[in-house]
Every structure is written in structure tokens, then in C-alpha cells.
Write a protein that binds this ligand. Sequence first.
Ligand SMILES: NC(=O)c1ccc[n+]([C@@H]2O[C@H](COP(=O)([O-])OP(=O)(O)OC[C@H]3O[C@@H](n4cnc5c(N)ncnc54)[C@H](OP(=O)(O)O)[C@@H]3O)[C@@H](O)[C@H]2O)c1
Length: 339
Amino acid sequence: MGPAADRGQETTGIEVAEAFKNVIKSKTVLITGVSPKSLGESTALAIARHRPAKLILASRTESKLQQVADGIAQVDSSLEVELIVINLSSQADIHDAAGKVRALTDRLDILINNAAVVTSARGETTEGIELQFGTNHVGHHLLTSLLMPLLLAGAEASGEPGTTRIVNVSSLGYRLSPIRFHDYNFEGKPVPPEEEPPAGIPSHMKPDAAAGRPYYAFTAYGQSKTANMLHAVALKEKLSCKGIQAFAVHPGSIWTDLSRNLSEEDLKIIEGTSTFWKDQDQGCATTIAAAFDPDLCGAKQAFLSDCHLEDVAEYAKDSVIAEKLWQLSEELTGESAKL
Ligand SMILES: NC(=O)c1ccc[n+]([C@@H]2O[C@H](COP(=O)([O-])OP(=O)(O)OC[C@H]3O[C@@H](n4cnc5c(N)ncnc54)[C@H](OP(=O)(O)O)[C@@H]3O)[C@@H](O)[C@H]2O)c1
């Protein structure tokens, strides 16, 4: 494929991986959220074509992980593929899984935090954190912190600053909510105006505690995806001096199993959110660009869409807000990353 300027919404992950095959070769890559038809699967399949040193697939359901591993074996049966069962909605499970990863490898070059859940009904993690925030962000924050020694070892061994990377799969759905520091759990606590959904979001598409609706699914999803972006901002600030880059990406709109826990009404809303639906291979292109494009080694911006860096709302890129979220996440996990 041609230069970066040619990449856009129709670019596939296979094309991007082909362009960066020399970068992929010999890298140890961990991807969360891997099951048939998911973006985790297409990401793994595209990377698998170019001889990574090791592919570690970490997800909730063992049988689904195995199905994807069987597909990868058809691409390259000699590839080293490791499967880790992890429930990102349980911090004890994340500790356990991170220990298993540390036993498998002494370095990580690329961490792709891709798993997510979306749910119309309010749920909670094992620790009682609202399910989307707790799984999509807090779970990945904890996993990233626990894997930090492996990432630092990867950066030290590579000797090429910016090629060790953390990629958080976020969403343009971040536009639905900033971080609600005063009510991240959706318990109906009052939040200041700057933590409310942005102007222009209709009242039926936000929480309304007075009307008995302290939780609204897409606000909670939006908060969790804003958190993925701010996590990347904080990681970039803390780690670029150590040779590690971090990005968040919007993969596009793709029909996957992500909407499985949505009501009919919420599904209809999703159907109206895009004029261009990507297939799974197109849906992993931006993630693969963020993970391997050498031109991004010194990038100051932390967000990509359609394979390009893109500017975002202040509340999703402000380093003071990013640090505030980092502190909250450390409080919620009781874990302080050793940077
Ligand atoms: N699809 C889109 O249009 C779209 C748009 C914007 C952003 N995104 C983002 O893209 C990423 C991938 O989503 P997708 O569309 O591929 O969705 P998906 O098909 O539902 O895949 C999500 C993956 O996450 C795993 N997962 C869910 N909860 C988990 C948990 N508690 N612990 C561990 N793994 C868990 C799922 O495992 P099981 O299947 O075993 O439950 C599945 O493998 C997400 O971050 C999503 O927010 C997607």
C-alpha cells in the first residue's frame, strides 16, 4: 500500500500490517478481547501474517479464544500463540492473569487493550464499580500497570524509542460523556456542569436522577471510552521518556458482538450512528497503524481515527484530567504502577 496519506476508512488491517511487516516481525504482542467476529480476532489475524515472536491472546471465554487460535494456525501453524483467560471485570482475576503472562514472557513490545462491554442495564464489577467503566477502563488500567515491568523490559531491549506501544481501543462514542468524577458509578450523585454530557446531547440520552434514571447506558459507555483516551494521554506523559508510546483509537463502526447486551431501543440508536460500516478487517486497521507505524514514534497527539492522528475534545486530552483519572484508577485498584 502507498503512503500514510492514502490510508482512510476503507483501509484494511491486512494492508496496514503488510506495510509494517518488518516492524511486526519479532515483536511480542498481547491483545485483550479476542473472540470470533470481534476486532480482537481481526487484529490478531492481520498481525499473525508477519512472524511476531509471540502472540498472547487474553479474553474472557476459553472456547472462543481457542476458535481464534485455530484460525491463526491456518495463517501460520508455526506461530507461537498463547491463550490467557481473563475476566477484566474482576481485579483478582486480572492479577491472576497478569501473573500468567509474566510466566510466559520476560518482555512485551505491544499491548493492545481492546476488550469492552456495552450494556443497557446497569451492572457492576466484582468490586462494585459500574460495569463499563470498571471493565473497559479500570480493568485495563490495572492490567497495564501489572504488565508495566514487561513493557519497560521491551523498551529497554528494543533500543528504538517509541516502538514499544500501548494501544487503547476507544471510540468516538467518547463524545457522549466526560469522566463523571463526582458520580463515575452512576449512583445519582450531583455532578458539576463540566462533568455532564456535552451540550447538544438530547435529554433522553443522558442520566436523569430526578426522573429516576441515574444510569444511562451510552453515557456510561462514553465515560469508559473517554477514560481509554485519557489513560493513553497519561501513559504517554509518564512513559515516552522511557521509550514507550501510547495511543487511543476509534476503530470505526463495525457490526460485532459488542451490541449483544443492548435493548431493542438502544440497538436502534446504534443503527443510526454511522453512514459507513466497516468490515472486521477494516475495523482493525487503525489499531494496527497505532501499534506499528514508525512515523508515530514521536507523536505528541494520542488519538487516531481512520489510521490518522486526530484532535479531540479538551476533556478527552487534557493532561490534568488524565492525571486525575490516573489517581482515581490507582485508588480503585489499590495498585500503583512501577514506572
Ligand atoms: N464494533 C464497533 O462498531 C466499535 C466502535 C467503536 C469502538 N469499538 C471498540 O472496539 C473494541 C472491540 O470491540 P468489538 O466490536 O470487537 O466487540 P466484541 O465483538 O463484543 O468483542 C469484545 C471482546 O471483549 C471481550 N470481553 C468482554 N468483556 C470482557 C471481560 N469482562 N473480560 C475479558 N474480556 C472481555 C469479549 O469476550 P467474550 O466474547 O468472550 O465475552 C470479546 O472478545 C472495544 O473496545 C469497543 O469499545 C467498537
